[in-house]
Ligand binder design. Sequence first.
Ligand code: P1T
Length: 378
Amino acid sequence: MKFETKTIHAGQKPDPSTGAIMPPIFQTSTYVQEEPGKHKGYEYSRTANPTRTMLQDNLAALENGKYALAFSSGCGAMTTVMHLFKNGDHIVCCDDVYGGTYRLFTKVLVNNGIKCTFTDLTKTENLKKNICSNTKAVWIESPTNPLLKLIDIEAIASICKSKNIICIVDNTFMSPYFQNPLNLGADIVLHSTTKYLNGHSDVVGGATITNNFDIHEKLRFLENAMGTVPGPFDAWLILRGIKTLALRMKAHEANALKIATYLSDHPGIEKVIYPGLKSHPQHLLAKKQCSGFGGMVSIVVKGGLPNAKKLLKKTHLFSLAESLGGVESLIEHPASMTHAAIEKGTREKLGIVDGLVRLSVGIEHIDDLISDLKQALE
Ligand code: P1T
């Protein structure tokens, strides 16, 4: 099946009892058993739920993976994955990641004795330099949030394989439409399904996909044990959103490229970061490992914080809000919003400066989006 067909059909069949074309929302906590242990595959909805199963089967198909799990949020998925590791283990993580990921590693997991080294993994040799005898996993985002740096997934995964380290890729920004890390050798793909997969800013969710049965079974055990599960209605909303993923991603990308090009020539903008621009330092890598460049654009506004604030205040169609990947355009200020959990010094060293503004480009008409930015930058 081609990608577009999978988004609509994978994991789902018309309901056998009624013929309903849409998957039912199995809004139930428990299931009747004929005798203890004799049931139709479902006992209790923390362990498994049919609507969630359909979403999981769909997600596995989209990422070309064998096994998927849906979670209560992207952070729920991350927390569960990180419970694969124990006191004394070491993780290497790319230095530019979602602020919540940084917070989980530096403020929560550290209390469980898990150490994390953050390093610039756009340079693959930095991974080799930071692997220790207790390194158990590498965590990457590509493109990273919010600086849209590209990391060579195939190269990182190959080092991981040679050292028996688990390679985890957060694929939230590209979505499975533009990038499939398992095909590049990753062991676990993670998503905040809150974003492009759902696409309508009306649910919070997460997912993991893997081809490794052992890892999947461990994660399934942990999810049930820790209760990081989504409700059936949330699972259904994500399944519904996914049906238009291919159409939406094409539209996000077309608009993002036009906006990045427009802003590149704007006198009020110091720098535009978009993997689809030839000026992006890893444009060629983006072309190699992704089938598109996504819908996220980051910019540095000339004049720093005061002018960034002015822009954030003056847009009308770009709403000032955290999150991304919905049909509507959003604008945000990483330093004070999504990445506020990172200490100022570290943030600035990375390039998350006060003038940095992140755009999640929606699928509205491009003329309206450009007019909105134009008037806001006047
Ligand atoms: O918000 P949640 O569903 O828990 O997902 C966390 C998460 C994980 N990975 C990436 C790459 C993310 O961007 C996020 C959440 N990010 C935002 C809310 C944001 O505005 O960047």
